[in-house]
Ligand binder design. Structure first.
Ligand SMILES: N[C@@H]1[C@@H](O)[C@H](O)[C@@H](COP(=O)(O)O)O[C@@H]1O
Length: 259
């Protein structure tokens, strides 16, 4: 893992956007997109670069990470709607290039298999953006998720339902079930960007980066991944014990682009 501690959320967004821009400019790219508040600054920065610098996504494809089960695709809080509203509709992805899980599929298990097959058919994900839940979940892989899991149905913890209640009229409206890419699916992405912002994520980030590899902290599965970059602001880094080392190793490299 490469750990990069940055002064604030704007610096994190700019660095994440640098990494994504470099990959998109290199040729047809497959991006993995997360929802939640954390990547919003990165998406805003990519939209700005599209408008001001001509960064084009016309050759790119995108796959969302997860979806609420039972929520109609057109519901404003379906992750299909959120990712279009916050990012992809504001740039120039080609028609049909943004893929989402169908939360209303008649056979959700078949839908999960179809989704994994469609990622594989696209050649796999080049850069996967991830946020992290306060309990260490990535996608909707809650604690105790199999580290080898594929896209499948999961039940949300009460903590995650509480964390996500702000997006719904009432906490009772937060669905109980979801379809999420599994930890095994996510780990197949060639480059993973795990983003953590704010003190509320400090404990989860510390467990993911410095804790044991354990299903109790699903994000710790990224310790097995050959190319994960963790981008955190100083608040999210506040529970890390080895920040001097991360700063040292980072200063020894010309830049992340050297990878
Ligand atoms: N399924 C999403 C995750 O992909 C996201 O990382 C997490 C954190 O959200 P936020 O970035 O809003 O803190 O929320 C949801 O549970």
């Amino acid at each position: 893992m490469e750990i990069i501690v940055l002064p604030d959320a704007d610096a994190v967004a700019a660095t994440a956007a640098d990494i994504i821009e470099a990959r998109v400019r290199r040729g047809p790219a497959v991006l993995g997109l997360a929802t939640g508040s954390t990547p919003l600054g990165t998406y805003a920065e990519l939209i700005r670069r599209h408008r001001e610098r001509g960064l084009s996504f016309a050759q790119a494809q995108a796959f969302t990470l997860d979806e609420y089960l039972g929520l109609p695709a057109e519901h404003p809080e379906s992750y299909r709607s959120v990712i279009r509203r916050e990012f992809t509709d504001n740039v120039d992805f080609a028609e049909g290039a943004v893929h989402s899980i169908d939360g209303q599929a008649e056979d959700p298990e078949a839908e999960a298999e179809r989704y994994d097959a469609s990622i594989a058919a696209a050649g796999g994900i080049d850069v996967q953006i991830l946020g992290i839940g306060t309990d260490g979940h990535i996608g909707f892989n809650e604690p105790m998720s199999s580290l080898a899991s594929r896209t499948r149905i999961k039940t949300l913890t009460e903590q995650t339902r509480k964390d996500n209640a702000r997006f719904f009229p009432s906490p009772d409206d937060v669905p109980h079930h979801v379809l999420t890419q599994g930890l095994g699916t996510i780990r197949e992405a060639r480059h993973i960007l795990l983003i953590g912002l704010g003190a509320a994520k400090a404990e989860a980030i510390a467990a993911a980066v410095e804790g044991p590899l354990a299903a109790l902290c699903p994000a710790s599965a990224l310790q097995l991944h050959p190319h994960t970059t963790v981008l955190v602001d100083t608040d999210a880094a506040s529970r890390l014990e080895h920040t001097e080392y991360y700063q040292y190793t980072h200063s020894q490299k010309p830049s992340w682009q050297a990878y």
